[in-house]
Design a protein. Structure first.
Length: 76
């Protein structure tokens, strides 16, 4: 199926629009607290699977990437 500026040629909605619509529907049905609860469960599962040092490692990697972006910006 061909697309025009991210929109399917059949006149339907984009994936982003569909995701937002679905998210808004869930939020209206269950409330914002629902997202907080599932996020907390996901964080706990990740901590159990990878351990607490996992967060330190990914935080460090993210910080290094930001540092590189800043350095590249200064050079250009």
């Amino acid at each position: 199926m061909a697309t025009t500026k991210g929109r399917p040629s059949g006149g339907g909605m984009t994936v982003r629009e569909a995701g937002k619509k679905g998210g808004d529907t869930v939020k209206a049905k269950y409330g914002a607290e629902f997202y907080e609860a599932i996020g907390r469960k996901g964080g706990e599962a990740t901590k159990e699977k990878y351990g607490p040092t996992f967060y330190e490692e990914i935080g460090h990697k993210g910080g290094q990437k930001v540092k590189r972006f800043i350095e590249e910006g200064k050079r250009s």
